[in-house]
Design a binder for this molecule. Structure first.
Ligand code: GAR
Length: 189
């Protein structure tokens, strides 16, 4: 069994899809959902599916390396970032080389980098009257939004699509593809 941990900061609609997708898998199990927000909705999903959950603050995450012990205890092989909005500390990236996967709601390198997350991305796409947007699933390295791209999918936009509509279109393809891309990546690792 390959064990994965999901890190998320918010609602966790992607986390939910991932947990559901692997709930009957014989190869991959979601063992842990962790968040930088103790009250994040994503942690309720852990309760629902009897997955371990863990919340941490800035000092814990950046000034100690104790999170590695939590990951070790759960025998975590891969880390999935599903709407996790903090930069990862170097010790974590070093401990999981090529084993941390992020999803970004744009066609990177467009609309990536600092400050580009969630609705900010879709507002920028709208402001530039883009005719398409999409998702990027990539490995995480020390540079923000710059790791190796493993999957991209475009979505067509209409001229009158609001930022909210763009967000909805993008989230739909995130839900459709993220679990499958994680599975393919892990099974061929
Ligand atoms: C997703 O759209 C994800 O791509 C984005 O946050 C959202 C989380 O939604 N991630 C980033 O912007 C990372 N830079 P969710 O909590 O409903 O899964």
């Amino acid at each position: 069994m390959t064990n994965i941990a999901i890190l998320a900061s918010g609602t966790g609609s992607n986390a939910r899809k991932i947990v559901e997708y692997f709930s009957n898998s014989e190869d991959i199990a979601v063992r842990l959902i962790a968040s930088n927000k103790a009250k994040a909705k994503v942690l309720d999903i852990a309760d629902e599916y009897q997955v371990h959950k863990f919340a941490f603050d800035r000092a814990y995450f950046y000034e100690s390396q104790d999170f590695l012990k939590v990951l070790k205890k759960e025998r975590i092989d891969f880390i999935i970032l599903a709407g996790f909005l903090w930069m990862l500390p170097e010790y974590l990236i070093k401990a999981y080389p090529n084993r941390i996967i992020n999803i970004h709601p744009s066609l990177l390198p467009k609309y990536g980098g600092k400050g580009m997350y969630g609705h900010h991305v879709h507002e920028a796409v709208k402001a530039n009257s883009e005719s398409e947007s999409g998702i990027t699933i990539h490995l995480v390295n020390e540079e923000y939004d710059r790791g190796r791209v493993i999957f991209q999918r475009k979505v067509q936009l209409e001229a009158d699509d609001s930022a909210e509509i763009i967000a909805k279109k993008v989230l739909e393809i995130e839900h459709e593809f993220f679990p499958r891309v994680i599975e393919d990546f892990i099974l061929t690792f």
